[in-house]
Design a protein around this ligand. Sequence first.
Ligand code: SF4
Length: 511
Amino acid sequence: MAQNVDQIKDHVELFHQPEYQELFQGKKEFEDCHSADEITRVAEWTKSWDYREKNFAREALTVNPAKACQPLGAIFAASGFEGTLPFVHGSQGCVAYFRTHLTRHFKEPFSAVSSSMTEDAAVFGGLQNMVDGLENAYTLYKPKMIAMCTTCMAEVIGDDLQAFIKTSKERGSIPVDFPVPYAHTPSFVGSHITGYDNMLKGILANLTENKQSESKNGKWNFIPGFDTYTVNNRELRRILNLFGIDATILADNSDTFDSPNEGEFVMYQGKTTLEEGADSINAEGTIALQAYSTTKTREYIEKEWQQPTLVLRPVGIRGTDAFLQKLSEISGKPIPRELEIERGRAIDAMTDSQAWIHGKSVALYGDPDLVYGLVSFLLELGAEPTHIVVTNSNEVFEAELQTLLDSSQYGTNAKLWSGKDLWHLRSLMFTEPVDLLIGNSYGKYLWRDTGTPLARIGYPLFDRHHLHRYPTLGYTGALNLLNWTVNTILDDLDRKTIVPAKTDISYDLIR
Ligand code: SF4
């Protein structure tokens, strides 16, 4: 065999060796596969309008949805709080999936435990798993708070978190006054953004119980939402500092997913203290940077805390302008000169790249808030969003996005495909091709099949490194979005003009 101790090959080379090629061929013959001609014929047919109609008629099957499940969002929200251990009541395999999903994207270890329910718990209920699990987690990992959510298994059998946590405390698993906020996160409804919302609401409800004061504390709360560009929290803090705004970020997980390597493992990196979380009930107001991952939390804050909330998305020029104007209003200070200069730089860069982006048709997919911000920015650039796939969409988002599209001549050709998946998008891209695709790493299969250049923006980004370390928020974020977009277009142009004496008349040094 090609693999021996003196000649170690990684999988990229290994499987090209003759032994493996022979093995693959033998496997095909053994499985009595269709002929290469038949496979090509069917593959071609999947690019047709005929296939598109059949593809869009499917009801009982989803292929590559652009969403994850609720508990993933829940543990992401919990990870922003000080000393907090996410605890998932349910099956171990689900939790392994959430941890690896986050780890593969951020290239960081992520700690979360589960009550590890198996067949017996599925039949008799998971109470004993929770009693034991809480005791073990508390004793071994010494958290300051345990944030509890559920997987489908616990939800299907109807385990009651509130009652189970109470019983666990009565049985002495953890001290009676130890905070264990919880959220039911059934994954057969909603998505990771729903889970984020449920968990954040659960944590805030727990921490702020009996903490309302007579007077306000003069601070403002900011909720990032399910934003995997966690460095945005640092960028947000920098901007708030420029205005001198005293703020609590609910919750700041920028260090959790981007911790320094100093030779020692630090298990808890959430930056929002439990004290700050508790005092958030006394803030002047709450500003959410996403709408659809914070819906229930904002409703809760308005109703239970009697605190005003609003949504502002500081993405692109217009979004950032509106955000900074609000900060100016609440701080009573003019927009700092530093930010005005950043705006000027972003506009200058957009002008420099305008010739390459203007008029380009774009397919994109992702979470509602991410997509809203990207569409808004693309319209500012004169690009034309065309196919917009949002698997975890809803009617409110549909109306909001349509209003945005209607506000620009570049939005005329756009269509939002609510609830659709990436296999639908494949049909759209074959039958009505576009110039550019924007989305997460799963888009690389669409890039391979359709040849449409892919700008990797979103979550997860498994197959490229460090993109999450660059902010997408504010004018700095606009520059990053512009960079990823225009340079993807230029990379593609190089690929298309690379053949010597054929296409290389346009293989230019200067673009
Ligand atoms: S959808 Fe349900 S079963 Fe699947 S990983 Fe998520 S919680 Fe587990």
